[in-house]
Design a protein around this ligand. Structure first.
Ligand SMILES: Cc1ncc(COP(=O)(O)O)c(C=O)c1O
Length: 392
């Protein structure tokens, strides 16, 4: 059996042809593929706007900037996420306050967020960053209600959940990143994600003002929209109109642009996104059926409507033993995640063991099994057999 990783990209000949076409075109960056990818991605998730960026971390940083996170601003997120979900607040000088997870869903527990909000004067917190961890959609409707009550913004970290959804209280399907219950949402196109572009990211929103701000921040804070210019036509070097070369850097931005050949790859992958989700759901169902009567498994991702299954996680007591046994058998499971608040960087800011008991006991047992569309049934059975063998 070949090595079986926990996640992997799927690059087809069509993908390669699309990249080659762009490499042979006039634009390697800032060309037509960016806008095409943005338009198609916005359609896919059901948002009004999308802004393509260099990676998911850049997307989070731009969101925090666009929402005005500033020194000392407090923002709530989950400890069970990739560090970038929290770090974006720190980039802007803000303070990260961790809630805890719901041990059933592994998602940020809204009750832990309520406790934080209720125990401080209104205005203490500025925003919440819920994460659709593993691909399971957060109930954003509930978070949105809470956010309105406390005048908070929401950034949905949807890196794990393109194609995921939850059903709202009216029975309506709400796609992850559609912007109906969040100010902004972000995605990553890192190779282990549903859509791969090498590095890459996307921000989606329904807010035109934020959209325009993000476009500017993505490219150094520069604009060519003359209706917003503050310098005079004369200063710019024109007589009756601004000269064509003129542009203004109006605020401090970054170069967080995606290249056109990455966008071409992302676009081509997006066409197969639904197919990939169907296979991921099929794999989850197979794992679930196999594990349903196995008492050594304490918890699992289960079969949940709207789950995008970026990850399939089980909880076991002897996690280290299983991890090593799987490695010996060429199966490379992974751990998602070491609780963010116990990373040395956040410990140095005052967080300590015992602060988030649900996240910490989850971390002791969790292990992510291979989950990607090209995982074969034979490989899946091999993984399941090896797990069973270890515990028998
Ligand atoms: C939940 C989550 N947020 C943010 C990121 C950051 O994305 P990127 O690696 O594209 O910067 C990741 C990627 O691993 C992630 O899993």
């Amino acid at each position: 059996m070949n090595a079986i990783p926990y996640g992997r990209q799927n690059i087809t000949d069509d993908d390669i042809q699309e990249v080659i076409k762009t490499l042979k075109s006039d634009y390697l960056t800032q060309g037509p593929k960016i806008n095409e990818f943005e338009v198609e991605f916005a359609k896919y998730v059901g948002s009004k706007y999308a802004v393509a960026v260099a990676n998911g971390t850049a997307a989070l940083h731009l969101c925090a900037l666009a929402l005005g996170v500033n020194t000392g601003d407090k923002v709530i997120t989950t400890p069970i996420t990739f560090a970038a979900s929290a770090n974006c607040v720190r980039y802007c000088g803000g303070e990260v306050v961790f809630g805890d997870i719901d041990p059933e869903t592994y998602l940020l527990d809204i009750e832990s967020v309520k406790l934080l909000l209720e125990s401080s004067p209104k205005g203490t917190y500025k925003g919440i960053i819920p994460v659709d961890f593993t691909g399971r959609a957060v109930d954003l409707e509930a978070f949105y209600k809470l956010a309105k009550e406390y005048d908070l913004w929401i950034i949905e970290d949807s890196c794990h959940s393109p194609g995921g959804y939850f059903i709202d209280s009216n029975g309506v399907q709400q796609n992850c990143g559609n912007g109906n219950f969040a100010d902004l949402a972000i995605f990553s196109f890192h190779p282990v994600k549903h859509i791969a572009s090498g590095e890459g990211g996307m921000i989606t929103t329904n807010d035109e003002k934020l959209y325009k701000k993000l476009l500017k921040l993505r490219t150094h804070g520069i604009t060519k929209d003359e209706s917003t210019y503050t310098n005079s036509i004369e200063f710019a070097g024109g007589t009756e109109n601004y000269p064509l070369w003129y542009m203004e850097m109006q605020e401090l931005g970054f170069n967080y642009r995606l290249t056109d050949f990455q966008a071409a790859l992302g676009l081509s992958q997006l066409k197969r996104a639904d197919e990939g989700i169907l296979r991921r759901r099929e794999i989850a169902k197979k794992y679930n059926d196999i594990f349903s009567d196995k008492t050594y498994i304490k918890g699992q991702s289960g079969v949940i409507e709207g789950h995008a299954y970026h990850l399939y996680i089980i909880e076991v007591d002897d996690r280290l033993g299983l991890y090593n046994y799987l490695r010996e058998n060429n199966i490379f499971a992974q751990i998602h995640y070491i609780p963010c608040h116990l990373m040395p960087y956040y410990k140095n800011l005052g967080w300590k063991e015992g602060d988030k008991p649900n996240s910490e006991s989850y971390y002791k047992k969790c292990i992510s099994l291979p989950m990607y569309p090209t995982l074969t049934n034979e490989e899946l059975n091999f993984v399941s057999e090896k797990i069973h063998e270890y515990f028998s």
